[in-house]
Design a protein around this ligand. Structure first.
Ligand SMILES: Nc1nc2c(ncn2[C@@H]2O[C@H](COP(=O)(O)OP(=O)(O)OP(=O)(O)O)[C@@H](O)[C@H]2O)c(=O)[nH]1
Ligand SMILES: [Mg+2]
Length: 463
């Protein structure tokens, strides 16, 4: 199969996945402001830029640059802890969200159903760190519109790492609250119950370890609530790393990063940045090279690298140029492992050998990037799968936050690396796949399998 994957027609999974954020950061920028930003980005950029070119800049450019700079410097959303506030209408969710955030994010009123759509805000919140706070519509909403809102709330549930159930201290838990608690438990979602409006009680309730009485209106116990949530964040911290756990201090990791037309201008993409960061955190060294310089790079190193990590699109060349005694893997395989999907993805990839004519395959992408004409998800993977299996397969596609509601008709789900999705969302998707008795794999794992190098690429993980 290897010759079917020439670099020019090869997959660009790692490059395409972050396009949503590329579009996002570039969306509002004029060429002037983008160029200026790149020029000064390493030297406390904004004052210098504004002082140096006042006549060239309009207020809008300055505002846009502030947005871009904070985007480029801030923790990616998929890496932030997502904390959702759920509960009945009027329980005080929005008031509590505002109290926790220390700012007016959500509109508050005594009219039931004031919050009609989820409100999200990424922020740095002591003692929690980088978080996304999400306010939701009331879970007991009624009527057709109400049902739609409840559906949206459920969708938020699947993106949360931690849930705060906002109940009313003077009423206690209602059936809607109990329904929410059952959903948290079913999804294995860590949660805290905040009994709000405790100022209306003459004495505080006796609470369990993950419960607390608060008054959002008067700011009582808000810090304590944050600490309680912080404990859940800490308990969730023992996650798998990308690659750092495979490296010793002073080890060398070689990253192969193709710079082709699909690569964003002037920067590396998110999976590459995150891998470099993880290597540095392991006190190891990182050498970044393109596929054409890999042989020379390896030859010039005084000691054997501990691992070579490549973009999937140049798998074949990199596998050929990397001596067999050096462990080899790809960015997408590292991400599949970190997100807990590697084992299932390997099994899913192998299952393509038993596909039959008429089998249905779902290709699902985590972001809604701008599609290129030879798009990896919608064009290349279907083509390669048909060529590899020689079967008459049919394909469905989803992108962004949507994931098919009924998965039972699919023989295989092929998911992107999910760098824009939280671990929680991916875990939920994996559970949906398992509940439906279907199989799942990811772009990079599938491509490595079709190229005959999967075994080599997952050997380093003992698979
Ligand atoms: N006494 C008291 N009232 C509160 C407290 N927190 C919120 N309220 C009041 O409860 C009412 C509803 O508050 P919201 O924050 O809008 O409630 P919500 O849960 O977001 O409601 P929906 O958006 O409709 O789902 C408002 O009148 C708030 O002032 C509290 O701690 N004590
Ligand atoms: Mg509200």
């Amino acid at each position: 199969m290897r010759e079917d994957f020439s670099p020019s027609s090869a997959p660009d999974m790692e490059s395409t996945e972050e396009e949503e954020s590329t579009n996002y950061t570039n969306r509002e920028l004029s060429p002037l402001s983008l160029h200026s930003f790149q020029f000064v980005q390493f030297v406390d950029p904004l004052p210098l830029l504004i002082d140096s070119f006042p006549a060239l800049l309009r207020q809008k450019d300055i505002g846009n640059m502030k947005t871009v700079m904070s985007d480029m410097n801030s923790t990616p959303s998929s890496k932030r802890i997502h904390i959702g506030f759920f509960g009945r209408r009027n329980a005080g969710k929005s008031t509590l969200v505002n109290a926790v955030a220390g700012q007016e994010l959500s509109v508050v009123s005594d009219v039931k159903g004031t919050t009609t759509d989820p409100v999200r805000k990424a922020m740095e919140l002591l003692p929690l760190g980088s978080v996304v706070i999400i306010d939701t519509p009331g879970f007991d909403d009624e009527g057709t519109l109400g049902e739609l809102r409840v559906k949206r709330t459920l969708k938020v549930l699947s993106e949360c790492d931690i849930a705060v159930l906002v109940a009313e201290a003077d009423t206690g838990l209602t059936s809607a609250d109990n329904e929410l608690l059952a959903l948290f438990k079913k999804r294995d979602l860590p949660f805290v119950v905040a009994y709000n409006k405790s100022d209306l009680l003459s004495a505080l309730l006796t609470t369990a370890a993950n419960e607390i009485c608060v008054s959002a209106l008067h700011g009582n116990n808000i810090h304590e609530l944050k600490e309680l949530v912080g404990n859940l964040v800490k308990a969730d911290d023992g996650k798998l790393r990308l690659v750092g756990d495979l490296l010793k201090p002073a080890d060398i990791a070689v990253l192969v990063v193709p710079i082709d037309k699909a690569a964003p201008k002037g920067r590396l993409i998110l999976p590459q940045q995150q891998t470099i960061r993880d290597i540095l955190e392991a006190d190891a060294m990182c050498v970044v090279t393109k596929e054409y310089e890999l042989r020379e790079t390896l030859a010039s190193l005084a000691k054997k690298p501990a691992i070579v990590i490549t973009d999937s699109q140049v798998f074949a060349k990199v596998a050929a140029d990397t001596p067999q005694d050096i462990p080899l893997t790809s960015f997408s395989i590292l991400f599949a492992r970190q997100k807990g999907l590697l084992f299932d993805s390997v099994q899913g990839a192998k299952s393509i050998d038993s596909l039959k004519d008429g089998d249905k395959i779902l290709i699902s992408e985590g972001c809604t990037h701008h599609r290129q004409c030879d798009d990896i998800g919608t064009v290349k993977i279907p083509r390669w799968l048909r060529e590899y299996t020689k079967k008459d397969l049919t394909f469905d596609f989803t992108s962004g936050g949507d994931f098919a509601e009924n998965l039972s008709g699919y023989s295989l789900i092929v998911h992107c690396g999910g760098c824009m999705l939280t671990d929680r969302i991916l875990k939920n998707r994996l559970n949906c796949v398992k509940d439906a008795g279907a199989k799942i794999t990811n772009y990079g794992v599938l491509i490595a399998y079709m190229q005959g190098i999967l075994e080599r690429c997952v050997k380093v993980f003992g698979l």
